[in-house]
Design a protein around this ligand. Structure first.
Ligand SMILES: *Cc1c(COP(=O)(O)O)cnc(C)c1O
Length: 360
């Protein structure tokens, strides 16, 4: 069996150790006589798996007690609607910063339910930077400010959070969750789809300050209310049981790796190998301003579409897959999430050097 280095933006690589544990436990979890896939979500065995996953996540992310952790379905995209339906309810206003397609989708969905306002955007330069804001840019009466912390498609990330005063900050952390420590207490809410850095697709992690729950608009469907899920331990209906189990295995792997400080160190090392090469290469170049570069998603180009396509094809043959950039921007993108080993990045750079020599 030859496993490839998978640079997909999502679903993406999972730690080999997680896959091996899941494989070993496939036919029988513990002494339960059954696979986790087959278990009732109301069983004692499954509740223990669920509780341990939540406790481990709380430990790794240092989540304060006044925050609820919810395991929901519908992807990060469903949060684009749940956020305004539940939280744009005091003054009916919210501020959005547009740093790419996901941020824009969140904004457009919110505009269906209230006065969503675009505060700043980096669209003028194809979202290749994070727009600077000051406290004065935000409406003090906004119910929240929404940002996308790491922009998966364009490869930018917030290194400094916007100053929003007393207005709760909400961040989509789908493509950077667990990649480095975050101070949860600085946010009203954080959310992430699992399929980038945590587990297979199917679960969305929501971390929300408890006082923000319980103010949903009357029209909000029961399943889209945060209080429905917080009051029922994320089991109002059947949760994505197996995906939560895999997420739990990933949390244990991160603990073993040394937690989020260690992940950050490793991710910075990996990203530096790639960015240093892009900065010195005569053929390839990064597309993002250096100060806003993502640790997780690294877009680059040669400046020649045919050469880009040739690179992607030859890389694939050499075992480096899914390096094609997002369909909206072209070029290449290497997503180097937590589970991408450092050797994967080193070998990719070796391959890029060779390609450069051959195509100079
Ligand atoms: C992938 C992604 C999404 C969409 O997630 P789904 O789970 O497919 O809805 C939203 N935001 C960001 C930042 C993403 O990377």
């Amino acid at each position: 069996m030859a496993r490839v280095y998978n640079f997909s933006a999502g679903p993406s690589m999972l730690p080999e150790e997680v896959l091996k544990t899941a494989a070993a436990e496939m036919m029988e979890y513990g002494t339960s006589g059954q696979s986790v896939m087959e278990m009732s979500h109301r069983s004692k065995e499954y509740q223990a798996i669920f509780d341990e996953a939540e406790a481990d996540l709380r430990e790794i992310m240092n989540i304060p007690d006044n925050y609820e952790v919810l395991f929901l379905q519908g992807g990060a995209s469903t949060q684009f609607a749940m956020i305004p339906l539940n939280l744009m309810t005091k003054n009916g206003k919210a501020d959005y910063i547009i740093t790419g397609q996901w941020a824009n989708k969140a904004y457009k969905e919110a505009a269906r339910y209230g006065a969503a306002r675009e505060v700043a955007s980096s669209k003028d330069k194809t979202f290749s930077y994070i727009p600077k804001t000051t406290a004065a840019d935000f409406d003090p009466e906004a119910d929240y400010v929404h940002i996308c912390m790491n922009n998966t498609i364009y490869g930018t990330k917030y290194n400094e959070l916007p100053e929003t005063g007393n207005v709760p900050l909400i961040a989509d952390i789908s493509s950077c969750i667990l990649s480095e420590p975050v101070d949860v207490s600085k946010f009203g809410m954080l959310y992430a789809g699992a399929q980038k850095n945590v587990a297979p697709a199917g679960v969305t992690i929501v971390i929300i300050r408890k006082d923000l729950i319980g103010n949903a608009m009357d029209i909000t469907p029961t399943m889209l209310r945060y209080d429905t899920h917080s009051e029922n331990g994320s089991m109002f209906n059947t949760p994505p049981c197996y995906t939560i189990y895999i997420a739990g295995l990933t949390f244990k792997w991160i603990k073993k790796m040394g937690g989020l400080e260690a992940m950050k160190e490793l991710n910075e090392k990996k990203a530096k190998i790639l960015y240093d090469f892009l900065d010195e290469s005569k053929l390839f170049k990064g597309t993002v301003v250096p100060e806003d570069r993502s640790l997780m998603n690294v877009p680059f180009i040669t400046g020649n579409e045919e050469l880009d396509a040739k690179f992607v094809a030859e890389a694939k043959k050499a075992g480096f897959v899914n390096l094609k950039g997002h369909r909206s921007v072209g070029g290449m993108r290497a997503s180097i999430y937590n589970a991408m080993p450092i050797e994967g990045v080193e070998k990719l750079v070796e391959f890029m050097k060779k390609f450069e020599e051959e195509n100079a």
